[in-house]
Design a protein around this ligand. Structure first.
Ligand code: NAD
Length: 252
């Protein structure tokens, strides 16, 4: 079950954290993985890890917020069976202290970046007879995390984008879903703690872990396993849905 033999999979932000765990797992399941990364060294390291283990992977230096770069990169890749819009950035701030620059930076990557990838991938998917799209949102979209105004808004847009695309391409054999993690232990979280709580890293890590109802952060591999299911043929009846993966954050 959950085999992806010879499927061509694009994963944005596949050089780190959740995207990297997806890239490694999808390659283990037989996919040819294409990693789209701002950080080309992270992409290259992930490609090396996958190919050393006998998998198929290629890295591409590409900023998802730049439509021309995305279109050119996806044209090089050609066949696209699965697109995972996963690259994302965070920002701390409320509506009354988020600058226009910060607001636009978050939306350019988290929202416009996903749109750019859809714009480039959908014609290729349609020509190929169908495909699967998975978007990484966040529980921030549903609960509006404190002090994450632009980030929460951007992830809400990903929820709406998922519904819109699922509906518009229902009869093109294209499924579109999203996943909404609570805190997952990745460089994204470590970087956030280091930047904002220098000298208190262990204390804040513990506090953030305990703030999850389940008492710990998620693991990137746990999120990758959900992504694998949703992108596999076994999930063929699932589209237009958001899957929280949150240790009970939303419901408990
Ligand atoms: P991460 O920082 O470990 O990895 C993100 C990757 O995206 C990085 O390698 C980075 O270089 C890449 N990236 C950033 N901007 C890019 C751009 N413009 N073009 C191409 N690549 C770019 O982060 P992560 O924790 O693995 O998060 C992945 C996704 O999951 C993000 O969308 C994030 O919002 C979401 N998410 C994370 C958590 C968490 O707690 N880690 C929780 C909920 C949602």
């Amino acid at each position: 079950m959950f085999k992806l033999t010879n499927k061509s999979v694009i994963i944005t932000g596949g050089g780190s954290g959740i995207g990297k765990a997806m890239a490694v797992l999808f390659a283990q399941q037989g996919a040819e993985v294409h990693i789209i990364e701002l950080n080309d060294q992270a992409a290259a390291d992930t490609v090396t890890e996958i190919t050393t283990a006998g998998g198929k992977a290629t890295g591409y230096a590409c900023d998802v917020s730049n439509q021309q770069q995305v279109v050119d990169t996806f044209a090089k890749i050609g066949k696209i069976d699965i697109l995972i819009n996963n690259a994302g950035i965070a920002h701390i701030g409320r509506a009354d202290n988020t600058s226009t620059e910060d607001f636009e930076r978050v939306f350019n990557v988290n929202v416009k970046g996903a749109y750019n990838c859809l714009y480039a991938a959908l014609p290729a998917m349609k020509a190929n007879g169908g495909g699967v799209i998975l978007n990484t949102a966040s529980i921030a979209a549903s609960v509006g995390i404190t002090d994450r105004f632009a980030y929460s808004m951007s992830k809400g847009a990903i929820h709406a984008m998922t519904l819109s695309v699922a509906r518009d391409f229902l009869h093109d054999n294209i499924r579109c879903n999203c996943i909404s993690p609570a805190r997952v232990h990745t460089p994204f979280v470590d970087g956030f703690i280091a930047k904002n709580y220098a000298g208190r890293e262990d204390e804040i890590f513990e506090k953030l872990s305990k703030s999850q109802p389940i008492g710990r952060m998620g693991k990137p591999e746990e999120v990758a396993a959900l992504a694998l299911y949703l992108c596999s043929d076994e999930a063929g009846f699932i589209t237009g849905t958001d899957y929280p993966i949150d240790g009970g954050f939303i419901t408990l």
